[in-house]
Design a protein around this ligand. Structure first.
Ligand code: GLU
Length: 502
């Protein structure tokens, strides 16, 4: 039949093995297949995360396959960087560059023999041919096509006969000329594309490496991948891929197209600049891996219901293919911050303290009264106002925490409460407070409060608490005086109050 419509979704093709058995025996096998051309950015990591979550949800396997077939684009160190990024997020692989599977290595550059074998079967079937043309000849074909105002297609120049392929010429695949391909996508439903995309494409290059188009299909089959999860940029190439599956007689995996990542407004695609940030920069900025994971999972996947934080294994349990959206998901850094704060709140106290202390710059550590004990006590109040370690560092650099580690200069005028005519009116109140502080319990902010509260209510809260806070911190804005007193401890608190009344 000439130019038939091929409905790949029905898997109705003859000679196709539709059993979809995978050699690993797992019911679900997914993979993340980055090219080692640099660091992992948000889009890549989100793909990896979805593939990982889906496999784990079904007790399946997740493969990290390195697609290093383009040696010119390879960036040194990127495989290690990719591994480190995924490990940071807790995305662990069953097979990866460091762990071959029953199918062999997970590095495509180690698998050249496999691709050659598959290429050979295509040649034997008469479905692939070594490209016999020189660059000049191709330029001539192209010019002739342009002159006649028709598209240039390799498939119009297939050689009648060709010599045996010795592996040093590029090998072209004879695509099936079909009007339309139709196939099913687990997220997008039934899709189709016309023949205009189809031309004889290279499957093996002159350097002995396969192209992506060919290698990923061979490997997905060899590795038993059941669900191919990737971005929408691959939809356009589906007619090519389908033509190859058919030629190789391979069963189709399920195709799962993930939605694009949009900017914060949800309308425009995430800009190159925002999306190009290295995932590990978020680690440097003090984002917790659980927060990042949770945040990424919600870009394009909607768990339904009100729950937004999915700590521990909850994300795996909640994840489902059915709830992956068709339309784009917004990348909203404000939401990431909010989530980080949520996960910081779930940390054990000692870890929260460590997190805060780790973020403090050297300038803070060199202040005369710096101690880890005081820094730890400052943690909760500081984390109420910050979302990550960058913000902690900024607050520290703006001097917000200096009062805790150095006796402040107290501008006398600042002691004046708004109801007072002059700062001196606050001094007798501070004197009385000093007496009360002598017997206060400094074991907690509440202990300090208990000692002062009755008197504060008697004289007016602002009348006492404002000048007291200013005496302790020298600042217009700071945590409340009970917290400040507890952070500083009894001796330092008394010394500072005393310092302003004499
Ligand atoms: N190596 C391809 C990429 O990095 C993988 C695409 C796929 O998942 O099939 O874009």
């Amino acid at each position: 039949m000439e130019n038939p419509i091929r409905d790949f979704s029905a898997q109705s093709l003859q000679n196709m093995d539709t059993s979809n058995q995978n050699p690993n025996g797992a019911s679900v096998v997914t993979r993340f297949a980055p090219s080692p051309t640099g660091f992992l950015h948000i889009g890549g990591v989100r793909t990896a995360l979805f593939a990982y979550l889906f496999a784990k949800k079904h007790g399946g396997e997740f493969i990290l396959r390195i697609e290093d077939t383009d040696k010119n684009r390879e960036v040194e160190g990127s495989i290690a960087h990719i591994q480190e990024s995924l490990e940071w997020l807790g995305i662990t692989w069953d097979y990866g560059p460091d762990k071959p599977g029953p199918f062999g290595s997970c590095l495509q550059s180690d698998r050249l023999e496999v691709y050659r074998r598959y290429a050979q079967t295509l040649i034997e079937k008469g479905l692939a041919y070594p490209d016999p043309y020189t660059a000049d000849e191709v330029a001539g074909f192209r010019a002739a096509a342009e002159a006649e105002k028709r598209p240039f297609l390799f498939r119009n120049h297939r050689p009648e006969t060709f010599a045996e392929w010795d592996g040093t010429q590029p090998l072209r695949f004879k695509v099936a000329t079909i009007q339309r391909s139709e196939w099913h996508d687990e997220v997008r439903g039934d899709l189709s594309a016309g023949e205009e995309m189809l031309d004889d494409f290279i499957i093996m290059k002159a350097d002995g490496f396969p192209t992506y188009n060919f290698a990923h299909i061979v490997d997905d089959h060899e590795m038993g991948v059941t669900h191919v999860m990737r971005g929408e940029e691959f939809i356009a190439s589906m007619p090519k891929f389908l033509s190859l599956y058919e030629a190789l007689g391979l069963p189709l995996p399920k195709f799962v197209t993930l939605p694009p990542i949009m900017g914060p407004d949800g309308k425009k695609k995430l800009s190159k600049r925002d999306g190009a940030k290295d995932l590990l920069e978020y680690r440097t900025d003090g984002y917790l891996p659980e927060a990042m994971r949770n945040f990424l999972a919600l870009i394009g996947w909607n768990p339904g219901g009100e729950q937004e934080l999915f700590p521990g294994e909850e994300l795996v349990e909640a994840f489902s293919l059915e709830r992956i959206q068709k339309s784009g998901g917004a990348f909203n850094e404000e939401k990431l911050k909010w989530m980080n704060k949520g996960y910081l709140a779930l940390l054990p106290q000692t870890e929260r303290e460590q997190y805060f202390v780790d973020a403090l710059p050297a300038t803070i550590r060199s202040l005369p009264q710096f101690s880890l004990e005081r820094a730890a006590k400052l943690t909760d109040t500081a984390l109420e106002r910050t979302h990550n370690q960058v913000e902690i560092r900024e607050a520290a650099e703006a001097g917000e925490y200096d009062w805790a580690f150095a006796a402040p200069e107290v501008p006398k005028e600042l002691l004046k409460w708004k109801n007072d005519d002059s700062f001196e009116q606050a001094l007798p109140r501070l004197k009385n407070a000093l007496k009360l502080l002598q017997n206060a319990d400094f074991g907690s902010p509440e202990g300090v409060k208990a000692a002062l509260w009755e008197y504060a209510e008697e004289v007016g809260k602002g009348e006492l608490l404002w000048p007291l806070r200013v005496a302790l911190t020298g600042r217009e804005r700071s945590p409340d005086p009970f917290v400040c007193s507890w952070v500083l401890g009894q001796e330092e608190t008394m010394t500072r109050v005393n310092g302003v009344i004499i």
